[in-house]
Design a protein around this ligand. Structure first.
Ligand code: SF4
Length: 269
């Protein structure tokens, strides 16, 4: 059965500087009280899972309070993170109420990670965290962005997927949707054929977890986003469309709009 999920971009702030980034940039973000009101709406709608994203979601000051509240109301928590702000101490702190951690990992090569804007030690740090997570109950997934610049490095990750208990590896085809990804489109653009060839080659490897491909259309069909200032957003024809906002609509109106959106996209509620 399909799940009711939202991707909550809780902050625009980030501690990496990826040249292909397509995050939504807002010059402010909701207070904890405002976000608590959004969470109450999601609890009423009996959402199955929140994917906490950003920017880098770990930079939002009250993230853990919101996650605890979600967990206490039977909502799964999935953090998408570049891992930079994650340490063994933080993992111990969040273990009780975190179901998944999804790491962004597009290459292990230090030069390539530097070029992409993730930083030289990105791959090494993610591997250290994967090692620590081996004895934890939190499940781990990987996200990789496939671009012209790192397509030859994606295979470096196969060994990591085999070595650690990765639940799912999702490979996003680079899309130029917003921000830097638009500005640097020519640098990172990759043809469908090259992307598909890579996916087919990876699928021939003996990898036990699901390999999920994600192209422009999949993003449009799969994601209901919440941005840092409380806009509820869907993506149509590679453009963001705000369907409601915390401050403009009443709580009941937002719930009705979201219910319709889930019905339209997923065929339930
Ligand atoms: S791609 Fe992710 S980690 Fe990189 S700058 Fe954008 S939000 Fe930050």
């Amino acid at each position: 059965m399909k799940e009711k999920t939202v991707c909550w971009n809780i902050t625009s702030n980030c501690n990496e500087n990826c040249e292909f980034c397509y995050r939504i940039i807002c010059n402010k973000e909701n207070t904890y009280e405002q976000n608590k009101r959004i969470l109450d709406i999601l609890i009423n709608l009996k959402i199955d899972r929140i994917t906490w994203s950003g920017g880098e979601c770990l930079l939002y000051p009250n993230l853990f309070d919101l996650m605890k509240e979600a967990h206490n109301n039977n909502i799964q928590n999935n953090i998408i993170t570049n891992g930079k702000a994650l340490t063994p101490t933080v993992i111990d702190e969040i273990e009780e109420y975190t179901d998944y951690i999804t790491f962004s990992l597009d290459a292990l090569n230090e030069e390539v990670n530097t070029y992409l804007g993730r930083g030289k030690n990105h791959g090494k740090h993610v591997i250290e965290l994967l090692e620590y997570l081996k004895n934890k109950k939190i499940k781990v997934k990987l996200n990789s962005i496939v671009t012209k610049k790192n397509i030859d490095n994606i295979r470096e990750i196969i060994d990591i997927v085999k070595r650690y208990k990765i639940q799912r590896w999702k490979l996003f085809k680079f899309i130029s949707l917003r921000g830097k990804s638009l500005k640097n489109k020519n640098e990172f653009y990759i043809e469908d054929e090259k992307y598909e060839k890579l996916i087919n080659e990876i699928r021939k490897e003996k990898i036990s977890c699901p390999i999920v491909e994600c192209k422009e259309k999949d993003i449009e069909n799969n994601y209901l986003l919440i941005d840092p200032i409380g806009n509820f957003i869907i993506t149509v024809d590679s453009k963001d469309k705000i369907i409601c906002n915390l401050e403009n609509e009443k709580k009941e109106e937002i719930e009705g709009i979201l219910r319709n959106e889930f019905r339209r996209k997923l065929g339930f509620i």
